[in-house]
Write a protein that binds this ligand. Structure first.
Ligand SMILES: Nc1ncnc2c1ncn2[C@@H]1O[C@H](COP(=O)(O)OP(=O)(O)OP(=O)(O)O)[C@@H](O)[C@H]1O
Length: 192
């Protein structure tokens, strides 16, 4: 069991392999982790479940929660709001699970300014060219979306160079090697 129970914030450019690494952690340590479920004001897509994929809420409820300082981070994308509530993190941590958060750069900045004590891992690609290959290989993005993600990736990579932001930067070149580094970091004994 991990002795350091703080939530683990994992960030990195789209397509770098965050989802793949999360899935490996969940698969290899059943019951040890949980993915933080975000709040959103967008309407559910077919197949999405309230409380599992997202907590689907009305705009007014979302704004009330902001006013009560209930979010560790929140942001707006294409007219919809998304956020991670403090209560979600606290409830899961109380249940004995280590909360894994998949958060983009602006959210990382907000969590660092919040009252939540977390650990920060950045996943970097071996190169921007390889990142582009992975995004294309995944087959989920349009050309415009790929270009948008690559432009954003450059900003994320630049920010990741800021000293003191991340506790660990992992280059996801060979997947198994990257996984081992992440696992070792999470299970590293708590520093006295
Ligand atoms: N080490 C690796 N070597 C080669 N391919 C990889 C590696 N890690 C992940 N991939 C592949 O790269 C693609 C992108 O990975 P993934 O979907 O996990 O990225 P992500 O960071 O979660 O992206 P997003 O933020 O857009 O959700 C997938 O097709 C995945 O199988």
């Amino acid at each position: 069991m991990a002795t350091d129970r703080r939530p683990v914030v994992i960030s990195g450019p789209s397509g770098v392999g965050k989802g793949t690494l999360f899935n490996l952690l969940l698969e290899r340590h059943p019951d040890a982790f949980c993915l933080s479920v975000s709040h959103t004001t967008r309407t559910p897509r077919s197949g999405e479940e309230d409380g599992k994929d997202y907590h689907f809420v009305q705009m007014q409820d979302f704004e009330d929660l902001i006013a009560k300082d209930g979010f560790v981070e929140h942001a707006e994308f294409s007219g919809n709001r998304y956020g991670t509530s403090k209560m979600t993190i606290e409830e899961q941590t109380k249940k004995g699970r280590i909360v894994l958060l998949d958060i983009e750069m602006e959210g990382v900045k907000q969590i660092k300014n919040s009252s939540i004590a977390a650990r920060y891992v950045f996943i970097a690609p071996p190169s921007v060219q390889q990142l582009e290959q992975r995004l294309r290989g995944r087959g989920t993005e349009t050309e415009a979306s790929i270009q948008k993600r690559l432009a954003q990736a450059n900003k994320e990579l630049e920010y990741s160079q800021t000293p003191g932001v991340h506790d660990l930067i992992i280059v996801n070149d060979d997947l198994e090697t990257a996984y081992k580094e992440l696992d070792a970091f999470i299970y590293k004994p708590l520093e006295q």
